[in-house]
Write a protein that binds this ligand. Structure first.
Ligand SMILES: [Zn+2]
Length: 366
């Protein structure tokens, strides 16, 4: 298929002047609008107005129906509206979508700046697999990114927003090299503030940033002490995970000074011949009392991963990653049958699952 597309590409490039216009017309019937050139401007303007109405409704619903375990219909409907708006190729280029993301993040930042945790933990979802978890003693960021993968500079978090987020955190764990998880601008911000960034060795391997990064050993059940800026320490296990064969993936499990154990799976996926990681996944809960697990919702057999960690709370991530093509932006409703997943089943199961939207938080009290 790729070869065919290349040939067509060359064919169209060969035209000039009128020929090119005809080729464009063939590609954009009745179109030429922005941001979607296949639609007229009037059609694009309608989709903008619809996005605004839908996302205003999302915010209105979420403000009345905050995150809970086993959420009700109203909150689920808000997420369906989000799925509808963001499963359109040019969603990130529409102003209402940009305003929604920045509005949610602004709310998160203010909340983060004002929140003191005395007991348990507070969990915020920023974007994709980007989470921030705060306990009494520490604030930990996982796979924190600016949303640059969506491709729109106006969607991407600003330098000011990024600064304010990083200011609130003590350490950043990055699971693997893909840019919906590893954002160099964010990592540099942490390092420039004297805050550790932990990644697998294949992340930014030949980049000047590499020597400043902390590379912990990827060994199951090996507890490593990580020292933070002001000599506080964290107990860390880096489980040797994988995203099939495409990336080495750190599954980080951290125990804070209060004894709260938090795990984040990055893009962990096991299927077909790559099932070896279940050897350690299946054993985690036999060795640890896990409090909070943040798994990637699109992984195959998320049930088995959750069973392996057996956490007191599951907070899935990676819904609606706009850097992916439309069908591959895992919706909140799951699309399980097509994708052969069991995420929707997990949400209906006995496990305590709280699915956050960008900018939302949930208070965990053991
Ligand atoms: Zn990913």
């Amino acid at each position: 298929m790729k070869i065919i597309l290349c040939i067509f590409g060359l064919f169209f490039l060969g035209f000039s002047g009128g020929g090119r216009a005809i080729a464009q017309m063939a590609l954009t019937p009745g179109g030429g609008g922005l941001p979607d050139p296949q639609l007229s401007q009037k059609d694009n303007d309608y989709l903008d107005r619809q996005a605004k109405v839908f996302l205003d409704s999302v915010q209105a619903l979420l403000s009345v129906y905050p995150p809970v375990i086993h959420e009700g219909r109203e909150r689920s409907m808000a997420k369906l509206l989000m799925d509808a708006v963001f499963h359109e190729k040019y969603a990130a280029f529409r102003k209402p979508a940009q305003e929604f993301f920045h509005g949610q993040t602004d709310h998160l930042i203010r909340n983060l700046e004002q929140t003191i945790v005395k007991k348990g933990a507070m969990i915020w979802k920023v974007y994709n697999m980007g989470f921030i978890v705060r306990t009494k003693s520490v604030t930990i960021a996982f796979d924190l990114v600016r949303g640059a993968t969506a491709g729109s500079p106006d969607f991407t978090l600003t330098t000011e927003e990024t600064d304010r987020l990083v200011t609130q955190c003590d350490v950043l764990f990055i699971s693997h090299k893909h840019n919906d998880h590893a954002d160099k601008a964010v990592a540099e911000n942490f390092l420039n503030s004297g805050k550790p960034v932990i990644t697998p060795e294949e992340v930014w391997k030949n980049d000047p940033i590499f020597p400043g990064i902390t590379h912990l050993e990827r060994v199951s059940e090996k507890v490593q002490k990580l020292t933070l800026k002001d000599n506080r320490t964290l107990d860390v296990i880096i489980y040797p995970g994988h995203q099939l064969t495409s990336a080495i993936n750190n599954v980080s499990m951290i125990t804070t000074a209060e004894g709260i154990t938090i795990a984040h799976t990055g893009d962990q996926i096991n299927e077909g011949e790559m099932m070896g990681d279940f050897e350690w996944i299946d054993q985690v809960s036999k060795n640890h009392k896990v409090d909070i697990l943040m798994p990637n919702a699109w992984t195959t057999d998320i049930f088995r991963i959750v069973r392996g960690f057996n956490p007191a709370l599951v907070v899935p991530g990676h819904e609606i990653e706009l850097g992916h093509t439309v069908w591959d932006r895992l919706p909140f409703w799951g699309d399980d049958k097509y994708l052969e997943l069991n995420y929707a089943d997990l949400k209906r199961s006995k496990y305590p699952v709280v699915a956050l939207v960008w900018g939302e938080s949930y208070s965990f009290n053991p």
